[in-house]
Design a protein around this ligand. Structure first.
Ligand code: SF4
Ligand code: SF4
Length: 216
């Protein structure tokens, strides 16, 4: 039988133990002085998506090919992409417009899962509140694009694995194209199955000449 009020006493004992313990063990101090102190997020933390670019120029290094798979698969349909075109109107494999409405995004990460080009990943940036409910919550290309070094900074293990995979795929493609461009060996004429016939052999193969009919 439980004594009435024993639960309250147990709770108070835990609080007292932690209060006194916090003077001796700093890890017991779990209150963080945010926003002065920023929390150290775990590597697997995810908030909203961002786009990765390689090198130093976001426009030329953008990995996104504007395939629009993420746009189609996004459950709340908060991605909007317009493919870029050259001066002749020919489509270019990069987005001209890439917007994500983070007031709608539910941080499911499906866009990341379906992207075949490792172009989109989940960011850990969460300080995105704004007084403007609309335009500032639509992240355009300039706000979405971040370098691969940033990806390494926030998700080091995942970024290293992605880089390894991209490098392996690049090598595989290189090997395949090298094999395709290597001229094939000239074929040697095949040996005839039977040796060429010499006049003698021709003679020997002839049917035996019919013997003249015996004269009676
Ligand atoms: S995380 Fe989910 S909801 Fe947000 S953009 Fe990607 S697919 Fe859409
Ligand atoms: S982010 Fe990935 S899936 Fe989405 S359009 Fe770009 S390449 Fe395609």
């Amino acid at each position: 039988m439980q004594i009435p009020g024993s639960g309250i006493l147990k709770g108070l004992a835990v609080t007292a133990r932690n209060m006194i313990g916090s003077y001796f063990e700093p890890e017991r101090l779990i209150t963080q002085q945010y926003p002065e102190e920023k929390p150290k997020l775990p590597e697997r933390a995810r908030v909203f998506p961002f786009l990765i670019y390689d090198g130093s120029d976001p426009e030329t290094g953008i990995r996104c090919t504007s395939c629009k798979i993420c746009e189609k698969e996004c459950p709340p349909q908060c991605i909007y992409i317009v493919q870029d075109r050259d001066q002749n109107g020919k489509p270019i494999k990069r987005p001209k417009i890439f917007n994500i409405d983070i007031s709608v995004c539910m941080s499911c990460g499906i866009c990341v899962e379906v992207c075949p080009f490792d172009s989109i990943r989940m960011d850990t940036e969460f300080e995105l509140s704004s007084f403007d409910r609309f335009s500032s919550l639509i992240l355009d290309k300039s706000r979405l694009l971040k370098p691969n070094s940033y990806y390494h900074q926030i998700h080091p293990t995942e970024a290293a694995q992605t880089d390894e995979r991209i490098e392996a795929e690049r090598r595989k493609k290189q090997a395949a194209s090298a094999a395709k461009n290597t001229p094939s060996k000239p074929t040697t004429p095949s040996q005839p199955s039977t040796p060429p016939q010499t006049p003698n052999s021709i003679q020997t193969e002839r049917p035996p000449a019919s013997t003249p009919a015996a004269t009676s």
